[in-house]
Design a protein around this ligand. Sequence first.
Ligand code: ZN
Ligand code: ZN
Length: 408
Amino acid sequence: MKKSLKRKYAKLLIKQGVNIQKGQQLNISADVEAAEFVALLVEEAYRAGAGYVRVDWSMTQLAKLAYRHCSMKTLCDVPDWQVERAKHDSEILPARIALLCQDPDALASANPEKIARASIAASKKLKPYREAMENKHQWLVCAIPGKAWAKKMFPNDRASVAVEKLWEAILSTVNCYDDNDCIAEWDKKNETFKAKSEWLTEKQFDYLHYKSKNGTDFKCELMKESVWCGGGENTLDGVFFNPNMPTEEIFTTPKKGKCSGRLVSTMPLSVRGTLIDNFYIDFEDGKAVNWHAEKGNEALGKLITTDEGAAMLGELALVPKDSAIAESGLLYYNTLFDENASCHVAIGMGYSSCVKGFENMSLDELHELGVNDSMIHVDFMIGSDDMCITGYKDGVATPIFIDGKWAE
Ligand code: ZN
Ligand code: ZN
């Protein structure tokens, strides 16, 4: 990929993505494979006024070695300096970019028990600081191609060709081309998302009913205070940013403990290096009570039983089957992309920013109201070609999705 286009992409991520503020610190987490692009990103961040840019490097190979050789105890021991660092961040509120490029199956050969327990141990210790930063700083998840990831998506091509193809695919998902004003296009896109989310929020549906001939037949209540969001959002201080690039979803936080019926997955889900495929989950009184996956059933069970909240929903997201990513027909094996090809839900933590008046509520109050709490938040895809979603308010039905597309 041409360097000029990479730079244009870096600028888009810094300006439209995290919207770095003058003097603000930026933290980037990235794999060493992305080093060349990270340098561009750092340069653009300083040009845009960043006070200091910190890069937290990782390397898949080293993670694999650690999982192989370190004891469970060592892996689950979160050192004090890491806690201190999280505390420091929660005080200075840096913007954050998670830059992905890894092979989604990179850790497939590692012990899944070790991966799961280590990540739970870290989330537990760092959760208070993550919560203290919620809605107070800008963050962004975005991606560039890595070799193994590109080869997984384009197995019949040479690595260099596969990487080039993945560059083209990624840049097209974020509307970054040689000859366009991609920032203006994102502004326009954010406007459209705003109109759709406002329409849904004003409807104040009591519940949504999902139906598809693949077996999905599912009802989920919303809170009176549920707000639909999509595209960019504001920090509490009013800094507008786009937390996901790409994004095609309009989403909200449902009322926890208030759903029932069956959800059938329509795309594979890659979790901590394991692929879970062809699965369904049955809900009763808001909780997953029964599930089965043709592939990765054990991993699915582990995920749902991570903690109490992992068996309940934290997100409902609407994506039409004619979204650009869905129409490309590519499977990325990565939620950042694949969630934009299909309607999905997430088990685990709900977004408090999808609640009217959340700014003036404590986390306890939000949980009381019906926002789910968990250490995980994992999306899985349920959209299908014939998916119909109907919203009900005082018994009156309004079609939201018909045959996989927006009803209006
Ligand atoms: Zn989502
Ligand atoms: Zn999600």
